[in-house]
Every structure is written in structure tokens, then in C-alpha cells.
Design a binder for this molecule. Sequence first.
Ligand SMILES: [Zn+2]
Ligand SMILES: [Zn+2]
Length: 463
Amino acid sequence: MFACPNCGGNLKFHIPSQQLACEYCQSQFDPYSFDHKEKDAQEMKEFEVTVFSCPQCGGEILSTDTTAAGFCSFCGASTILYSRISHELRPEYIIPFQQTKEDCKKSYAARMKKAIFAPKELRDEKCIDGFRGIYMPYWAFYMTQDQHVSMEGKKSHRRGDYIITDHYDLDCDLHAYYKGLSYDASSSFSDEISQAIAPYDVKGMKAFTPAYLSGFYADTADIEPRFYETDARNEAFETSRRQLTGHGAFAGYSPTIKRSADPSYDSLGTTTQEIDRTMFPVWFLSYRKGDRVAYATVNGQTGKVVNDLPVDPKRYLFGSLLLAIPLFILFNLLFTMKPTSLVTITTAISVISLILFAIESGKLKRKENGLDDKGLLASKKVQRTQVQAEKGGSAGYISSIIAIVISGLILVTQPVSDIFYYGAAILSLIAVGVCISRILRSHNLLATRRLPQFDYQGGDDRA
Ligand SMILES: [Zn+2]
Ligand SMILES: [Zn+2]
């Protein structure tokens, strides 16, 4: 806690003025004036914080304040969090919050206006008030490329019956500097969200001082930067490659970069100069329903909104019916259908819904197992168990396959009575219905998360 030098009140970071402000006497102070210079070098490497941990999910969050928070941001439980004092490594830089909580709520509300199928709780004023300002730890990579680059170019033209291709050697000197390519350093903050709310403008980075955290929370950095170094190098390489090959000087030569002679460097000589600890601001909201949780996040610098959007099945059904009735009437007016073409169409629809269903199930499996999340894969603390989410999921497959096989048989054997055709069509439509309800369920599982379980294997792994 930072005490007001005038009255002893609690000082909190005030976003509009970017100063520490006293809640009682309204005085304002420079955040850096609380960083005591007389500390020795070791002390300056760390800062003191209170670590709050959730008894339900084990998630941990840091604060400079000692008063307990009433709920957990990760699993959404209202609970008394355990607290202990800890020393954390000091980040080098921080982007202080620029968007106030009011700005954040406004951006979020604007986004939710378009989400017509979302459960109404997500629009509820009380729920929205749960947005909490959290500084997320990021690794910022500084990369350089200083190298002579050789490229191959070619130009073709036609003369009579011949196409003549001229080959060129294109050369240039590349001097590139990438400042602060950033990757999220917390295993509890999913990579998918952190990538979606990017970019942050690194020009807004300030030297870190703990006073910036006052009134907010922070997450711990528990993923080492080496897990992201390849990504950072690839990003720098790709960006420069696009710039070079698309450069006006080489227009019309369709240049390609030659491979590097030295295998330890890429052909642009991408080199990591420095990796900094940083903290970036995120407004964070969790919405819990049963054993699933959905997150809404707002970039605390730019106001960009990224949120999980579950669909309320009742709203969806109602919306689809409203759309289906006029379509049905229109089709009836326009076409008279022969039984064979009816069965062909319904079979085609059930094949399509089967394919969609298979794709959705695949996505679900990848996400539930965290296969796309480097941070999760890198951290030992999250136990990944095989997904049981698709219990009864085979109903979608079985019903569709039965419907497709029977329809196929009828189309091949061509029975005389129309009843067979209508029967097959109804069967297909039932299968489509089963598939759609399964897809909806899959979507909701995809759009929400399992309750986080921060299990520790072999003791505390964050030294
Ligand atoms: Zn005061
Ligand atoms: Zn929790």
C-alpha cells in the first residue's frame, strides 16, 4: 500500500492523470517519487507484493494492497482468497492503464449489442461491474537484422511462340530493429486471448515502478522466454521478408530470398538482442456458469475487446425459427419438389452438417487439451487430462450416418411408394437437428473454458 504523505490515506493510480491520487485529500503524486533510491542493487531487482491465492482453483494474483479481494478472476468464485507476502522479480517496463473502467465497460457494452444470441447475464450491469484491472506479464523481445541480403529475381516476357525468362541477382543491405515483440508470460492467461487483444503500442512503455500497480492486480510471469523465442524470430523474419520482397525497388522481379549459408542464422541474420520483463494492462471479467467459465477482456491501452461468446440455446432456437419460417414459405412458393430430389437435398444437408460437426468436434478437442497454447504446454502445473467433453457426442455421427445410408439405399433402389422418400427425408432432417444441437453444444464448450485447476506437481515451481 502507498500512503498519502499529506493525510496517510490510501493512494491509488489515477488513470486520467496518470498520477497516484489520494482518495481522501485529492492530492496527486508522481508514481516514481515512491521508489526509494537508497535500496541496494539486490532489493532493486525485486518488489514486495501480496500474493492472493484462490482456495478453489489455486490461481494466484498479485497486489500491492493487502486487503483481500472478494472473488477470484480465474474461476469466478466469490471466496476469501488466501494471502501471503512475497517478493517478485521487478519487470523492466510497464504500460500503465490508459482506459478507465468506464471506458472499458463502454467498449464491452458496444460489443455485446451485436451479440444477439449471447445469454442475457453477459449484458447484466452487475456482472459487467466485475471487470478488474490486471497487469499481465509479457516478454518483450528486441531483435535486429543487420546483413547483406541476396535475392533471386526473374522477369518473363513473351516473344512469338517463346516465353523468355531473365534471371537476376538482387542485392541489398538490411538494417532492421524490432522493438518489443511481445508474448504473454503467464500460464494462467491463455495465449489465444493474449494474441487476440494485441497489439500493444510499445511506445507507451514506461520504466517500471510498483506504484503503477496500486489499485490494480497483476499476474505472475511463470513461463520462461525461451518458449517464445522461435516465435519472435519467425515474426521478425516474416515481417522483414515481406517488406523486402514487396519493396518498390524490386517491383516486377518477383524476388525470393536465398537460403542462408550459415545454418545457425536465418538468411536475414535475425538476432535476439535483449528480452525484457514487461507488464501490459488488461481489463478482465469472468462469467461462471455451472462448471464452465467464460472470459471477457479489454485491452487496457487501446480498448480492444476480446471475449468468449457462448450462445443461449433458447435465443438461438427462437432466432432460427424466425428465419426459417419465411424461407420455408418462399421455397414452397417457388418450387414443387419431386420425392427423389427431396431425398437428394436432405441427404446433402445431412452430409454437410456431419462434416461441420466433425470439424467442430476436432476444434473442441484441440482447445480443451490446450494443444494450441504454448504457455499451457510449457507449464508443468496444469494437468491435461483427455477430454471427456464429447460424452454422447457420437449421437451426431451415428444418426447422420444412418440417415445417409438409408437415403442412399432408397435413391438406388427407387421404391414405388412416395412414403419411403418422405420417411428418408424426415430421417435426414432429424439427423441434421441432432447434429445442430451437438454443434451448438460444442460451440458453447468452445466459447467457454473448463474451470481452471492450477495443480502443482512436485511443489512450487515458481522460484
Ligand atoms: Zn491524502
Ligand atoms: Zn479461483
